[in-house]
Design a protein around this ligand. Structure first.
Ligand code: ADP
Ligand code: MG
Length: 754
């Protein structure tokens, strides 16, 4: 099965997305289609034996759109092309607005004057004769309908040819009706007299509706560009060239030509072109654009550097370890792009509504015209019923246009995901962002989440009868093959003391407890109390209490016969931990710490940072069970872990939050990745989700609100009682206003403080 992301060009409103979805899903071999109006992309899962991208393009071309595969052509060319396409579209809209908007204002004033003159006797009539006014209006309206309103006409044409209707169709049918009716009245006076229609025309309606809708569209496209500028900012972080050493000489090459193990020279003030490890020199690096940390960080030989970050005043060389699409920056860009285009569950509702809305509205509009011409005519007479009926037909089509509905969710998601990325909070998809706002329980892992995860060896209690060096050598040799942070602490200590290591046979890890291995024929065990208690050796637990109650982790070494002693390691708290927990409490969230460590050790650490509940001595599989248990009790759980042994629990949690430290970021593994491993970002991510969801709900309210009160008003439901009938001009104003207010409301999320 192939899965492809396509760029879609030519979508002018949200219902285009549902039209395209319907058409493509009918093609044999297509399993799943999702078209997003927000970022103008389509995701199509299909069987390449039965369907091809070219076929998809042929199908949508008939409807006036183009599909280009993202995987097929060179990305850069396409980005440039896409960018130009958008610019041209905006320029075209700009010139249309420059013409139609002033004209609309003049017509609007003339119309208001006319209404006022007919209502109040003391206001004089318009100082131009009706025939002349109609003639000028007709010329302007012709331009409005056939030039400015061309996309709406195309919508009508599509409806006639293929039976697919979208929002453009509604505006198109509405304005074309007003235009044709008025043209007949003006040019064919015989017909006008025959149907006894009044002398006034609706050219003004066609002009002003197209004027307002086009202005709304222009403002919408302009702000929509702004909603997506997080990606643009990230792209700007990418250096274009790199200074590398090739054959002993410094050469400047394009970053696309940098390969693994290239040695790259970084001068003061330069941007880091790819990911790598410093080999020589040192400097302070500004990593704020990636991690959100404002302070420059000092880096020396052996430290990792990340593409897109900025060197300050030092100079150094580094070896490229990740190039091209592998760099953290490329991964971030790809993920933000994907996440912004993904659909939040809440959007399914809006999609469903807009897909049935358009045909339903067409039916309502026709029904309303029929009612006017039958029931209305029996009260008002045919000629007045006809002219009011046409007015209400046009109004319904214009006000019912669910444009704002289609913009409500995607624009907020795009802003929310982008804002997160700029704060070092990487969100995998829209549904994660949506789920996050409901979280009421956060589970954190101790090592690497609350603490730095870089423990050091602090105490040695040697009861083995050997020298301390021999004791350490034993311990370090056994730990050498383990990847656990505790093991690193021991090995590092031994290396610093220049203690030699020994050969270990039959080594094995005992998950969550420790390890075992043979040295010189004797089997040794290293691990926690639980592990040692499983051996039948006697161990006085009270001997370690002094250490565990200070938050230190003991590692006990024993043979099958007896305990040889223990060492302790201590892991520093992250500076941000305490405040981060306090911020979660402020959001009303319960914080539970799960750890495989000793209970006293864990409780001590928990008390330092204000964690509500501790579960110690848990094995990785028990972490998963604990998450499940909380979920069964009705908690909505976010689990934050360092992403290695916590993976199953991260996956089980409603939202998995991975601590992405340095360059080792497995972005795909969790719903959310916090760059720099800063846990104060958990509360920020939850606030961001709350803001975004609130924004979406407000947007949906405004989008529905206009339509809900607009349609009955436009249909003339209130006419018999109050004499209210919505003029199509106000319908156009309301419709444009609703789209613009939805997009600006989404943009507001950007300015809010996290
Ligand atoms: P956590 O991530 O909370 O530390 P783990 O499952 O990784 O949980 O480890 C649980 C406990 O098992 C550790 O606290 C430690 O006591 C013991 N342990 C794990 N690996 C080792 C090791 N290599 N050497 C000694 N003890 C270990
Ligand atoms: Mg761990």
């Amino acid at each position: 099965m192939a899965n492809n992301i396509f760029k879609v060009q030519g979508m002018h409103c949200a219902s285009c997305a549902s039209v395209i979805t319907k058409k493509i899903s009918k093609i044999p071999g297509v399993f799943n289609v999702s078209v997003n109006y927000g970022n103008e992309k389509a995701r199509i899962d299909f069987d390449p034996k039965q369907a091809t991208p070219a076929l998809f393009n042929d199908v949508v071309k008939e409807l006036g759109y183009t599909l280009t595969s993202e995987n097929m052509s060179s990305e850069k060319m396409e980005d440039a092309h896409d960018h130009m396409g958008k610019e041209n579209y905006l320029e075209e809209l700009e010139s249309k607005v420059a013409f139609i908007f002033p004209v609309s204002i003049v017509i609007f004033i003339a119309m208001m004057w006319d209404i006022a003159a007919r209502t109040f006797a003391w206001i004089p009539n318009l100082p131009i004769p009706m025939e002349l006014f109609n003639l000028i209006s007709m010329i302007v309206a012709t331009l409005a309908v056939f030039w400015v309103g061309q996309p709406y006409l195309a919508g009508v044409l599509r409806f006639v040819k293929y039976g697919t209707a979208n929002m453009d169709t509604l505006i198109g049918i509405g304005t074309l009706t007003a235009y044709l009716y008025s043209t007949v009245i003006t040019l064919l006076p015989q017909v006008r007299i025959l149907i006894q229609a009044p002398e006034y025309t609706y050219f003004d309606v066609a002009i002003v509706v197209i004027g307002f809708v086009t202005l709304g569209k222009y403002l919408e496209v302009r702000s929509k560009k702004k909603t997506g500028d997080a990606i643009e900012k990230l792209l700007h972080l990418q250096a274009k060239n790199a200074l590398v050493v090739r054959d002993g000489k410094e050469v400047e090459i394009a970053i696309t030509e940098v390969v693994h193990d290239d040695v790259i020279i970084v001068k003061p003030g330069a941007r880091i072109p790819v990911d790598g490890i410093i080999v020589e020199g040192s400097s302070f690096l500004d990593e704020s654009m990636i991690t959100g940390e404002p302070m420059p960080i000092e880096k020396h030989a052996g430290d990792a550097v990340v593409a897109g970050t900025l060197n300050t005043s030092g100079a150094f060389t580094f070896k490229a370890t990740k190039v091209g699409k592998e760099t953290l920056l490329s991964q971030i860009i790809a993920m933000v792009d994907e996440a912004q285009g993904s659909k939040a569950p809440i959007e399914a509702l809006a999609d469903k509504i807009s897909s049935v809305f358009v045909p339903v509205v067409l039916v309502i509009a026709v029904l309303s015209l029929v009612v006017w011409l039958t029931i209305g005519a029996s009260y008002l007479g045919f000629s007045q019923a006809l002219s009011l009926g046409i007015l209400s037909f046009v109004s319904i089509l214009v006000i019912a246009c669910p444009c704002a509905l289609g913009l409500a969710t995607p624009t907020a998601i795009i802003v929310g995901v982008g804002k997160g990325a700029q704060a070092g909070i990487l969100i995998k998809d829209a549904s994660t962002l949506e789920k996050l706002h409901k979280v009421n329980t956060v589970i954190v892992d101790k090592t690497g989440t609350i603490t730095k995860g870089k423990p050091t060896l602090v105490d040695i209690k040697n009861d083995s009868g050997r020298s301390d060096d021999e004791f350490i050598s034993l311990l370090a040799s056994l730990e050498k093959s383990s990847e656990h942070p505790i093991a690193h602490a021991v090995v590092q200590y031994a290396e610093r003391k220049n203690i030699s290591m020994q050969e270990v046979a039959e080594f094995s890890i005992v998950e969550g407890k420790g390890l075992r291995g043979k040295i010189g024929g004797t089997e040794y065990f290293v691990g926690n109390v639980k592990f040692i208690n499983e051996l039948s050796v006697s161990f006085d637990e009270s001997s370690i209490e002094k250490y565990t109650s200070q938050g230190k982790t003991p590692l006990i070494i024993a043979t099958k016969e007896k305990v040889l002693g223990f060492a302790t390691v201590s892991d520093e708290l992250k500076e941000a931990s305490k405040e981060a927990i306090a911020n979660l409490h402020k959001l009303g969230i319960k914080v539970i710490m799960l750890t495989g460590d000793d209970e006293r050790t864990a409780k001590y650490i928990a008390s330092l940072v204000g964690i509500d509940e501790v579960v110690a001595h848990v094995l990785p599989q028990d972490k998963l069970a604990k998450v499940k248990e909380l979920q069964e009790r009705g908690h909505i759980v976010a689990m934050a872990g360092d992403g290695v042994n916590d993976a199953p629990a991260l996956a089980q949690a409603d939202v998995g939050i991975a601590m992405g430290t340095g360059t080792d970021v497995a972005i795909e593994s969790a719903g959310i990745t916090l760059l720099g491993g800063d846990i104060s970002k958990i509360a920020k991510a939850i606030s961001l989700s709350k803001m975004t969801m609130l924004g979406i709900k407000q947007n949906l309210f405004w989008a529905f609100f206009y339509n809900a009160i607009g349609i009955p008003l436009a249909a003339g439901v209130f006419y018999p009682v109050f004499g209210w009938l919505l003029n199509p001009i106000f319908a156009g104003l309301a419709m444009a206003g609703s789209s613009v207010s939805v997009v600006s409301n989404s943009l507001r999320i950007k300015a809010k403080k996290l």
